[in-house]
Write a protein that binds this ligand. Sequence first.
Ligand code: PBG
Length: 330
Amino acid sequence: MTAGLHLPTRMRRTRATGWSRALHGETVLTPADLIWPLFITAGDVEEPIATLPGVSRWPVKDIVKRAKEARDLGIPCVALFPNTPRELRTDDGREALNPDNLMCRATKAIKDAVPDIGVLTDVALDPYTAHGHDGLIDTKGYVLNDATVEVLVGQSLNQAHAGADIIAPSDMMDGRIGAIRMALEEAMLPNVQIMSYAAKYASAFYGPFRDAVGASGLLQGDKKTYQMDPANAEEALREVALDLEEGADSVMVKPGLPYLDIIVRVKQTFEVPVFAYQVSGEYAMIEAAVAAGVGDRDKLVLETLLAFKRAGCSGVLTYHARHAAKLLNG
Ligand code: PBG
């Protein structure tokens, strides 16, 4: 028996038992922290997405079932993404303005059947353009800012009239938050929220999403002239500052885990609601790790989601939302 170190402080003391670990937990993850992204198909059967194992596109009637499931699990909000039929994709993305498009039909169906769940709709033209970009392009393929913002305003009003609770612009055009906010005020829709994808990076982690919305085969070039350079952090703070001035209610950082430092800086600088999008490539990496036998799905999912809460997030968009909520509900 050694004499012992006579330490005044032993960090392991509070970790020694389960009850004590529970008592000293600094961060809590609950189903109420989750937003579940759902893909919609114009077809009438479920379409599994090969690059996102476990995730499917759902016909509108099944989207309503998913929304009910989410509500019953305590998930407060779903995020919708349409896979627009190829023949409706045009250079000007005009299907985004159709009051009867897939997004609007799904939004109305959910708000009719499950009025007490929040519906977040993505604003950007990539599910509607023949070239796969988030905006309108000129003859050289450059995405035009101001002309795109005009269309995005129309798209936002279209979604808000269909019943969207949160408009989430993911396009990264300059000035779009202010333009959308003013249009919502003028349309007497003052309580429609805007969650801005404020710091959205030109990332290699979006691949499976582009498959899911049918944009991967179409996209010409990359999105570096509008999405952010992964090297930059100060620029993210400027983006967030602008979106808040322009009237965003909350801001998002995207992707998630590789950008936890950005989440922390945004939260500490602005003290506003911050959300993270754990994107398709992050989901696929976890699923690939599980399939390769190198990790436990339940633990990987809960640990990564808890990390977002610890970094300061109010909530997380994650394709694992349903699974995580089931685990958390025990
Ligand atoms: C579209 C949009 C993208 C994502 C959300 N909205 C893709 C992109 O910008 O190319 C990515 C989400 C994911 O990868 O899960 N503007």
